[in-house]
Design a protein around this ligand. Sequence first.
Ligand code: ADP
Ligand code: MG
Length: 352
Amino acid sequence: MFSIQQTRVIPGLLIFIVGVLAGCSEQTGISYPESSISGSTMGTTYHIKMVDTLISESQIRATQLRVDSLLLAINQSMSTYIPTSEISRFNQSTEINSPMKISPQFAVVLKSSLDIGHLSGGAFDITVMPLVNFYGFGFKKAAAHLPTTHELDSLKRFVGMQHLMFTDSTISKDTPELSLDLSAIAKGFGVDAVSDFLAASGFENTMVEIGGEVVCCGYNKNGKSWQIGIDRPYFGEKPGEVLQHVVALSNYAIATSGDYRNYRDVDGTRISHTIDPRTGKPISHQLASVSILAKNCMLADGTATAVMVMGDVEGLKWLEATPEIEGLLIVRLSDGSFREFLTSGFNQFLVH
Ligand code: ADP
Ligand code: MG
């Protein structure tokens, strides 16, 4: 096993999982056997719940081994903290226009990343790595200062999806400095991969969570939709301490991006780990968190970061125009209170 620092993609937000809301079980009296698996991956934790007829200890152990190796393979492909990973090899390469073969799973994430990138008008951009490194959220030592205009201009020259050439099985770059960062979407992909693996293994009622990104399939132990809590975005609060809402999900994913758990103070300025690739600067608007509901977690994860970059006004408008994705945006007001905005379809998922 290697250390967390090496395996880290980036810790995300933890959404508190509300296993049972008292009312359901008391009213119906139904309670199916539930098994849990948890562990570490991508610099954060994962939790799995499976509701079924009784699952034996040995079957749980065997399932956990398979899940861990599946997650290790994803990290070995997409973690910028592992120098030998696929993504690191590409990032380190200085060869231009020289196609590098990529694995099928890397291609899937890359394709979705580029789709979200283009649909969001470049708010989401996996070529943001040089900026992420500069601001101290990447694999390199951070600069001790905010970038000068000159530094910002030089960094931005290497950022942009047009510098990346992608076929179904290869990638290449047109400038040696181009480097990729899948941290904003890899957790979501990992959740989907684990969820799909469990379904293929015959488990129909599952909840899979990695660092706050979640997919729920089937039903919970009370025979109801799974209930997932969304944190109120207080600085310094632990996941699950204060909930803004609870949503009921079945065969749906939720992912959250926020400004309140991963930030640094540089030159007296609080800087977010979410960077606006269009300006090259960390976001600095009043949007505190974005929770996205979508059919798969990879899409939800990437979209949450895209909307976080856009801010509340542009983000809400864009979400309303994007089919099959719903969002909850929480804005922090100057007096420290919060105001929320929901897309029109989000309401139906809320547990009132
Ligand atoms: P959050 O849960 O807040 O979205 P994630 O871990 O999912 O956090 O994504 C944040 C990470 O994504 C950053 O640490 C950085 O590595 C990367 N990132 C930052 N800005 C962007 C962007 N505009 N597009 C794509 N990736 C980004
Ligand atoms: Mg994300």
